[in-house]
Design a protein around this ligand. Structure first.
Ligand SMILES: C[S@@+](CC[C@H](N)C(=O)[O-])C[C@H]1O[C@@H](n2cnc3c(N)ncnc32)[C@H](O)[C@@H]1O
Length: 290
């Protein structure tokens, strides 16, 4: 199909790592309480816009009796997801024309996808492929809390860079990202409008705080490295999307400086010098029934 998203919008490894953390088994109970999926029988779940696949992989651990299919139109995400060797059936496909028969699935689910797809198609296709009484779960990231460690704060050169180039950044329109944002009130209203009944909402707060001793060291390091990846991806993406105003040598210097700052953050973590930087991710879950 294409690989626009993985090439220009979000890098594969970074997206995978950030979602792997957000859907870690540590938080399984919070999500399952909101999903309210019937575990007593063998069900079929379809994830739409699965990206590199971290949510689908979490679902396969949390619902071992379910048969899980996950689609995305980005071929590189699907290639990556298939390589992880799980029981999920990953495939390329378009959410606006799902390649499935009517009434095929018990549950459809998506995470941070609804804002990118025209709502009548987004909800309409899920309504079509769900069985009667099937459940549609729309997960959507909401404003959380982000506190960076002092040692990872951008230096003056980086601040000047973003100030200079942001005025040329038209990637959101160019790659059709977030063209249909909806508020916490609009999203459940849309689920009702496009045919779902018994619509309800809930929120899962997931705190990613490397210094909190409840997290094992590998998870804490993943949190710091997920940040690092997001930062480095942003530089690479600036180079790809604005080649006329950004040059490769400048990006290499900015990336090297950022890498040093995150190495320092890891050093502080390993020395036990707590910074208490945190990311509290809020995921809204809209649940509707066909
Ligand atoms: C913000 S990413 C989220 C990916 C994944 N759900 C996650 O949380 O890691 C949005 C995803 O939606 C996919 N997408 C956007 N429009 C799509 C469409 N019409 N059909 C299938 N996938 C689509 C993109 O390729 C991208 O992987």
């Amino acid at each position: 199909m294409n690989n626009v998203w993985s090439s220009y919008v979000q890098g594969i490894d970074t997206l995978y790592l950030s979602r792997k953390l957000r859907f870690d088994d540590f938080f399984e109970r919070k999500y399952k309480e909101l999903f309210r999926i019937d575990e007593s029988r063998k069900i079929k779940i379809l994830e739409i816009g699965c990206g590199p696949g971290a949510l689908a992989m979490a679902l396969s651990r949390w619902y071992p009796n379910a048969e899980i299919t996950a689609i995305d139109r980005d071929s590189e995400f699907i290639r990556f997801a298939k390589m992880q060797g799980t029981s999920v059936n990953f495939m390329e496909g378009d959410a606006t024309e799902l390649p499935f028969e009517d009434n095929s699935f018990d549950v459809t689910i998506s995470n941070t996808v609804s804002e990118h797809i025209e709502p009548s198609k987004f909800f309409g296709e899920q309504l079509r492929v769900l069985k009667p009484e099937g459940v549609c779960l729309v997960l959507s990231a909401r404003r959380g809390i982000n506190i960076a460690a002092e040692c990872t704060a951008p230096d003056a050169r980086e601040e000047e860079f973003w100030q200079r180039v942001s005025q040329y950044d038209d990637s959101m329109e160019k790659y059709a990202v977030c063209q249909y944002p909806m508020s916490e009130a609009e999203l459940p209203a849309a689920a009702l409008q496009y045919g779902f009944k018994n619509v309800s909402v809930g929120y899962a707060a997931v705190d990613l705080t490397p210094d909190d001793p409840k997290y094992p060291p590998q998870m804490a390091l993943d949190m710091i490295n997920a940040h690092r990846g997001t930062k480095l991806d942003a530089f690479d993406s600036a180079l790809r999307t604005m080649p006329e105003v950004v040059n490769a040598a400048e990006i290499e210097k900015l990336k090297a400086a950022a890498n040093c700052r995150y190495d320092k953050r890891i050093e502080l973590y390993e020395r036990g010098e707590k910074q208490w930087d945190t990311n509290v991710n809020i995921t809204m879950v809209v649940r509707g029934v066909k």
